[in-house]
Structures are given as structure tokens and as C-alpha cells.
Ligand binder design. Structure first.
Ligand SMILES: [Zn+2]
Length: 433
């Protein structure tokens, strides 16, 4: 059985999993030199991403200013106040040398953005050679997608202190515009609500108010309208000051996300968007995927329990998985009988499926749609498999020119989504990014 996720709980506030996709660009091998800047863990008193621990916006802002004081690579600017009066800050990050030349770099980018200001191809090439890539990252416009703002502390510590060729390469070539949160009010609401309800019967309940004072989840939709102070402050950096070549807006999927936000985007492509945008975004996506691979998301053998294909094997598997320090919140069973045994044991353990534990089987046996909850499973094309097997057997028994030689055959299974995986329910509950 392979658990699909090891998050400790699933709720509308998305607790940072041990690996945040958002953080992967920055989570690499250790070897960073803490100069004067305190490590994130020493500062917070817990490792970033620890279960049930969230840094508050006040702490994040304090850490960002500490990083700015400790490092010549980082400048912290308060752009203004959020709707409810909290500081909305921008970090500008680059090599020490680039930081001394920021005005010139900004001017080059402005001219490259405006072709009318350039007289010739030679001039354009010379500006490109002299300029830097401007990359903007905005975190947590959707405040319940809380991971990226927590990740900010790790990223900034690393960019401020690390001397590796990897980080040096970024600093030398990129001016990095980093917003730890573009909705600080929502960050505070979510963190305070989580801390207030943690350990109570309301733990895991969604925030009972809008996490942006006026626009709630739709704070990102305001990017076409600029009615809110947060959008205006960010828009000024993007469209008046810097014109970044890359803008990464950090979102975070819940447990129902089959894939997290890694480009290339799913089709169909918008015909109004230049195909080059998709192509180059795909390059960034592959780089992220490579970073995931290099981070070596370790295979944990404890998460695979050997079954026997029968009901009792599923029951035993549930107890084995439940005894782990971090029990999984989703399990894939290699046949439906195992899944049904596991569901029965889950009922005995007072776990609700799919809220506490999502379950997927394999086979789509006739019982699968009739148990409670109905089992999500994978159907196999049994008639087709039988026909092909018989043809292959015949080809072995009666070889002649008209029969196809025996070879490997791959058949296609079909995912049948029912209640036990909870995907449909959660897709309705989780607003689109
Ligand atoms: Zn989002």
C-alpha cells in the first residue's frame, strides 16, 4: 500500500507539509554559513514546516528586517500598509555588486520592456548583456495556502548566508523581488485562528471569516481591477518599477491535488497567449521538477505495508500505518478486498473516510460501489485482457504467418472516482487558485 500523502491532517487551512513545493527552489543541500543572521529554527523555536507550528506575520517581518541588516545582498522596503494596517514589505535580493547598481539594472530592464526606447538590435543586445533577469515571487495571496509565507524565512536565510556556487549563480544573474506575503492580514487571521482552535473541538475548521477584509479568496482576481491597497502596492512594483521577466505567484494545493503547481500548464492553451510564454514557463517547471528529484524525496519503506489480498490483510495494514509517528492521510490498496478490509478497520478506529483517511482500491469488483463509503478504485479492461491473452496463447499453439508474434501488451486501467477518496467533495470545497 502506498499512502498518497503524509500530511497529518486535512482541512481548509493547508498546513505546510514537510516538503513544500513552493520551497523546493530553495531547499537544497545544507552547507549554509550562518553569519550574524540567526537560523530560522533558532529564531522561531521550531523548524519551519513543523507540524502544527506557524510563524506569525510579525515574526516573519522581524526576520526579514534582521536579514536586511545582516546581509548586503538584501534590502527590505515597506511599500505601505495592508487594508488592516500591517506592513506590506518587499525584499530586493541580489549579489552585493548588483545591489550597488540597482538603479542602472532597473533602467536597463525598463528600456528592454519598451522597444520604442531602443534604437537598434545592437543596442538591445548590449542592454541584455549588461542587464540582469528580474524575478518576482509573491507569496500567499490566498492566506489559507499558508506554506509559502513560512518558506520565506528559509529562502531568505539561505539567500542571505549561503556561499555555494548555486546561490552565487542566482545572486550574480538575478534581481529577486520577493514578497513574503501579499495578504498579511489574511496570514495573521489564519495563524491566529489555527492557534486558537488547535487542540479544541474546532481544530481543523476553516476560518469563519473572509481572509481578505473586502475580497476574501478573490484577492487575486483584483489584479485586473486594482481596487485593493495590496494589489496596488504589488502592481506598482510589477508594472511601474521593475517589469520582471518572471513572476511566480505561489499557490498551494490541498490533499486533493493530484499535481502541485509545476509547469507546463495543462491544456488547452489560451490562443491569446504567445506560445513562447508556455514554452519558457515549461522550462521553469522542469527546473522545479529537477529540484524535487535532487532534493531526494526519500522513499520510506515504513509507508508500504505488505498485504495478502484479503480482508484481514487490509485490517492489519491499517493498524500498521496508524502506529506510525506520522500516519498517512491517504492509502492506495493493491486490490479492492484489501481496501474493504482497511475501510472496516478504519470504522473500528473511528476514522472517517475520506475526511481522516482517503482510500483507493484496485480492480473495481462488483462490491466496490455498494459499500459505505463507495470505493474509489481502478477498473481493468477485463474482457479486453482476456481476449488478448487468448490470442497470445493461440499464437503460441498454432503458429502461422497470420498470427501476431507474442509480445508485451500494455492495457489501460480507468480510475473510477467514488466517495472513499473524497476528491470530488474536496474539489467543490476548495476554491480554484
Ligand atoms: Zn491559491
Amino acid at each position: 500500500m502506498i499512502p498518497l500523502s503524509s500530511q497529518s491532517r486535512v482541512n481548509r487551512l493547508i498546513i505546510p507539509a514537510r516538503l513544500l513545493a513552493a520551497a523546493l527552489l530553495f531547499l537544497g543541500p545544507a552547507g549554509m554559513q550562518a553569519q550574524q543572521l540567526q537560523s530560522p529554527e533558532a529564531f522561531l523555536g521550531f523548524p519551519v514546516g513543523a507540524d502544527n507550528k506557524l510563524a506569525h506575520w510579525d515574526q516573519i517581518v522581524e526576520y526579514m528586517y534582521m536579514a536586511g541588516d545582516a546581509s548586503d545582498r538584501i534590502m527590505v522596503t515597506e511599500l505601505g500598509k495592508s487594508t488592516l494596517g500591517r506592513p506590506l514589505i518587499l525584499l530586493t535580493i541580489s549579489s552585493e555588486e548588483n545591489m550597488r547598481n540597482l538603479d542602472r539594472i532597473k533602467e536597463i530592464n525598463r528600456r528592454l520592456y519598451d522597444p520604442d526606447s531602443i534604437q537598434s538590435e545592437e543596442e538591445a543586445q548590449s542592454l541584455i548583456a549588461e542587464g540582469k533577469v528580474i524575478v518576482c515571487v509573491t507569496c500567499a495571496v490566498h492566506a489559507s495556502e499558508i506554506g509559502s509565507t513560512q518558506m520565506a524565512i528559509l529562502a531568505i536565510h539561505r539567500l542571505a548566508t549561503e556561499e555555494s556556487p548555486y546561490i552565487r549563480n542566482i545572486l550574480d544573474n538575478v534581481v529577486f523581488l520577493f514578497f513574503p506575503s501579499i495578504n498579511p492580514d489574511g496570514q495573521v487571521m489564519e495563524v491566529e485562528w489555527f492557534n486558537e482552535t488547535f487542540g479544541t473541538e474546532y481544530e481543523g475548521a476553516g476560518l469563519p471569516q473572509l481572509y481578505h477584509h473586502y475580497t476574501g479568496h478573490d484577492s487575486n482576481r483584483d489584479a485586473y481591477m486594482f481596487t485593493q491597497v495590496e494589489t496596488r502596492l504589488v502592481g506598482k512594483v510589477l508594472y511601474h518599477d521593475w517589469f520582471p521577466e518572471v513572476w511566480l505567484d505561489q499557490h498551494q494545493m490541498g490533499a486533493s491535488g493530484a499535481r502541485i503547481f509545476i509547469m507546463p500548464a495543462a491544456g488547452p492553451p489560451n490562443p491569446n497567449v504567445d506560445p513562447w510564454i508556455y514554452r519558457t514557463a515549461g522550462l521553469l517547471g522542469f527546473a522545479q521538477a529537477q529540484a524535487l528529484d535532487e532534493a531526494g524525496i526519500a522513499f520510506d519503506p515504513a509507508l508500504v505495508v505488505l498485504g495478502n489480498g484479503r480482508l484481514d490483510g487490509g485490517e492489519r495494514a491499517l493498524h500498521a500505518l496508524r502506529s506510525l509517528d506520522r500516519p498517512p492521510t491517504a492509502v492506495f490498496c493493491y486490490n479492492d478486498m484489501t481496501a474493504i478490509g482497511l475501510l472496516s478497520a478504519a470504522r473500528g478506529a473511528r476514522l472517517s473516510v475520506p475526511e481522516d483517511l482517503a482510500v483507493v482500491g484496485f480492480d473495481d469488483i462488483p462490491l466496490a460501489p455498494h459499500i459505505n463509503p463507495c470505493l474509489t478504485t481502478i477498473a481493468q479492461p477485463q474482457r479486453d485482457m482476456g481476449r488478448q491473452a487468448m490470442n497470445m496463447a493461440l499464437a503460441l499453439m498454432i503458429p502461422d504467418d497470420s498470427t501476431t508474434p507474442v509480445s508485451d501488451v500494455v492495457v489501460k486501467g480507468k480510475l473510477i472516482v467514488r466517495e472513499s477518496s473524497g476528491v470530488e467533495a474536496r474539489q467543490i470545497a476548495d476554491p480554484k487558485p
